[in-house]
Design a protein around this ligand. Structure first.
Ligand code: ZN
Ligand code: FE
Length: 256
């Protein structure tokens, strides 16, 4: 039964942390706390006590609040075992083979390296929610800092295998510029055009564009669409392998 409440916590300039609360179990986790301040304020406003900190990867804009929040609340830090040495205060190391339990709820772990070598996603299947850090963004993907295009394409395929109605909570509000880039590759994609109108409206009001869903990403995210004919035609790569198309898409985005 879906029973979690999920709240966005804007941090730094364009990061999102998330509070995942299970009132029945008196549990509250924060995903990727860039900094302690905004998380602490959100907890105080909701009168909840933090029990867990979840990290998708080691970058400071996802782990910067770890130690302060751990000290203040005695929260348990859960993150990729592979990155134990790079995640401040890590208590519980997880992997695909060693997933996690949020009280009575099963949380699966997807290993999706490419942005960093230890990057993971947390999937709350019962509640149809996935936390994808800096691997999958709305209409985008993370830069390839510690991996290859082949690794990113493998990561995208793992995420595409989730149910279409899975809500996706990512690490940054990059949606507007991601969408503008996506339109350069698929100007004729009607789903993309419609989505961009919504995104422009939301951003004009200063509202978040998150969560997205796996289904919507499959229809509008160029990094999930290396086989889309219009995208391939734009790149002049009609006959290329999916991985090479994704690699070229990523290269162009790096210079967009
Ligand atoms: Zn990152
Ligand atoms: Fe980040």
């Amino acid at each position: 039964m879906p029973t979690l409440s999920i709240e966005l916590v804007p941090c730094l300039s364009d990061n999102y942390a998330y509070l995942v609360t299970d009132p029945a179990q008196k549990l509250c986790a924060v995903v990727d706390p860039s900094e302690a301040g905004p998380v602490r304020e959100k907890l105080r406003a909701g009168n909840v006590k933090l029990t867990h900190i979840l990290n998708t990867h080691h970058h400071p804009d996802h782990t910067g609040g770890n130690l302060a929040l751990k000290e203040e609340f005695g929260a348990i830090i859960v993150g990729p075992e592979k990155d134990r040495a790079r995640i401040p205060g890590l208590d519980v190391g997880v992997s695909e083979k060693a997933p996690w339990q949020f009280g009575s709820k099963k949380v699966s772990v997807l290993e999706i390296p490419a942005h960093t070598s230890g990057h993971i996603a947390f999937v709350f299947a019962e509640d149809k929610a996935a936390f994808t850090g800096d691997t999958l963004f709305a209409m985008g993907c993370g830069r390839l800092f510690e991996g290859t295009a082949a690794m990113m394409w493998a990561a995208m395929q793992k995420l595409m295998a989730l149910p279409d109605d899975t809500a996706v909570y990512c690490g940054h509000e990059y949606t507007l510029s991601n969408g503008r880039f996506a339109l350069t590759l698929e100007p004729g994609n009607a789903d993309l055009q419609a989505r961009m109108r919504e995104v422009e409206e939301l951003r004009a009001k200063g509202l978040p564009t998150i969560p997205t869903t796996i289904g919507l990403e499959k229809r509008t995210n160029p990094f999930m669409r290396p086989n889309a004919p219009e995208l391939r035609a734009t790149l002049g790569m009609e006959k290329a392998h999916d991985v090479d198309v994704l690699a070229e898409t990523r290269r162009r985005k790096d210079n967009f």
